[in-house]
Design a protein around this ligand. Structure first.
Ligand code: AMP
Length: 507
């Protein structure tokens, strides 16, 4: 594989879009979007895609990746613009595959925006909704088809989509497609495409599976990597607090209050822990809903919707249930449990601080989590400093309430089974806080710890939510007797911000 990354020295960034000499309709759309400089992934990928090379890109959503592949593809496809109404003059030339309905929707919208001053047509197809309207669009003819794999196969089988003139394929969020179990579907889809084509693969990681996929389907790709530490550190304020299991809920209450946060995601590692924690927080007066794999699709959509509408303040969720949920600009993400897989840390905190908005990611670290934190440290190439929490008087001390609630130690058990921790109970804060570099624990501490299997495919991902504005509300941890505001506008903390300076911190 060729690596051109080194040719693009960081000091050449940020590079202005004007230097690209994009065709006028595309340049106009970019200007209208308010983009001036390219993000690192754009500066690296656009020239390469313009040359027609295959690309293997390590970049996540939130880095400007969509424009990095869409703009050069559109530029190369301009020669196919046609004002003819005949479907035959609009064969599918570019196929963009994504793991979830909502990501597909989001990327399709971005492509529509970039192509708005061209005659190129784009359509998105995904599962969970009626095929008929999608079929009508496909039959009219479309140059750019954005799809989730399952629904695309349905359309291929129904002969609604003919892919024998495809010249460009984008496998976006490829790692998540493999996680969800789409490999067989991808293999089938790729078998329908002409061998002579340009293939672009984007993934948060280059795991062995992704490398195998790339070896099978990409030809002499250029590898482009945006520094991972950049992805997590540039726009997200990250804190790792050393707390005992029994102190986590208290710490959560306190940080929410101190920071004046309106909404947050709270991640836990198990379904059981998710349900229990949500119940406990609800009892403690926080408007909370749970999202985990045992919830029915309806319940999950409802939970998500109430979060988006601002009716609940906290969404407590597991990694599997949260995958594919693209709620942008959540002001804070709490890792109530340190994730078992370091990759999940990157996915979790990617929900905050998006597109340049400033986000907060708080991780509660208990004594037995040292190895997991060391894994994260290695992955994000950032030294993690453990901080201690000073508990304040005016935040109700709920540390003992867990036992009162239902006779059990709700939050000691809530997040993870005690057996996973070798029966550990938290000790005093000072025992846990380390100075400087995170110390690795004794091996014996986690002797019975087993990594979970790869995330199973979850049918929920075929049916994500429709975006809706979030009401301006007072979070329940700041509840007063004052009447709640109506749904006037998107909350100040979660409305999309135009400030994107952080995107440009060079790799
Ligand atoms: P993406 O990673 O493609 O989902 O993009 C993340 C966000 O960054 C989207 O809201 C884009 O509109 C925005 N964005 C992409 N490229 C740029 C750029 N060069 N300048 C400013 N914002 C951008």
């Amino acid at each position: 594989m060729t690596d051109l990354t080194s040719d693009l020295a960081p000091d050449t960034l940020p590079m202005a879009f004007a230097q690209l000499q994009l065709a006028a309709p595309l340049a106009r759309a970019v200007t209208e979007k308010g983009y001036e400089s390219m993000t690192p992934i754009q500066a690296q990928a656009i020239p390469v895609v313009l040359q027609g090379r295959d690309v293997m890109g390590a970049a996540q959503t939130g880095t400007g990746k969509t424009a990095a592949f869409a703009l050069p593809l559109l530029q190369r496809m301009l020669k196919y613009e046609s004002s003819s109404t005949s479907p035959a003059r609009h064969p599918v030339r570019a196929l963009v595959l994504l793991p979830t309905r909502e990501l597909a929707d989001q990327v399709a919208q971005a492509i529509k925006d970039y192509a708005k001053y061209t005659l190129l047509r784009s359509v998105v197809v995904f599962g969970g909704i009626d095929m008929k309207p999608q079929t009508i669009e496909l039959k009219k003819g479309v140059e750019i088809l954005v799809a989730t794999p399952g629904r695309l196969l349905d359309h291929i089988e129904a002969k609604n989509a003919v892919l024998n003139q495809v010249e460009y394929v984008v496998l976006d969020e490829a790692d998540r497609m493999l996680d969800i179990g789409f490999l067989p579907d991808l293999q089938r889809i790729l078998s329908y495409l002409p061998k002579q084509r340009t293939t672009l693969l984007f993934s948060a990681t280059f795991s062995p599976e992704i490398k195998r996929l790339a070896n099978s389907y990409l030809q002499d790709p250029v590898t482009i990597e945006v520094d991972r530490s950049n992805l997590t550190a540039s726009t997200v304020e990250q804190h790792f607090y050393s707390v005992g299991d029994e102190e986590k809920r208290h710490a959560l209450h306190q940080i929410l209050k101190q920071r004046g946060m309106k909404q947050a995601f709270v991640f836990v590692n198990s379904k059981l822990g998710c349900a229990r924690l949500a119940r406990s927080l609800e009892r403690e007066g926080l408007k909370t809903t749970a999202l985990h794999g045992d919830k029915s699709q309806d319940e999950r959509l409802k939970a998500l919707d109430s979060f988006k509408q601002g009716e609940v303040d906290l969404l407590v969720c597991t990694d599997v249930a949260a995958r594919g949920l693209d709620i942008k600009d959540v002001p804070a993400v709490f890792n109530f449990d340190v994730p078992f897989n370091a990759e999940d840390y990157v996915h979790r905190i990617g929900r905050t601080g998006r597109a340049g908005a400033v986000g907060l990611a708080v991780t509660f670290v208990s004594k037995t989590d040292a190895r997991l934190v060391a894994d994260i440290e290695k992955l994000i190439k950032t030294k993690i400093e453990l901080e201690a929490i000073e508990f304040e008087e005016d935040v109700p001390d709920i540390r003992k309430q867990g036992r009162i609630n239902d006779g059990r130690r709700m939050y000691a058990e809530g997040a993870q089974d005690d057996s996973r921790h070798g029966g550990h109970r938290s000790g005093p804060l000072r025992d846990v806080a380390h100075e400087g570099q995170f110390a690795r624990p004794e091996r014996s501490v986690r002797r019975d710890y087993a990594r979970p299997a790869a995330a199973p495919r979850d049918p929920f991902f075929d049916k994500p939510y429709e975006p809706a504005p979030v009401a301006e509300v007072t979070p329940s941890w700041e509840a007063t007797n004052a009447p709640r505001h109506g749904a006037r506008s998107i909350s100040a903390n979660i409305k999309p911000k135009r400030r994107v300076a952080a995107l440009f911190k060079s790799a």
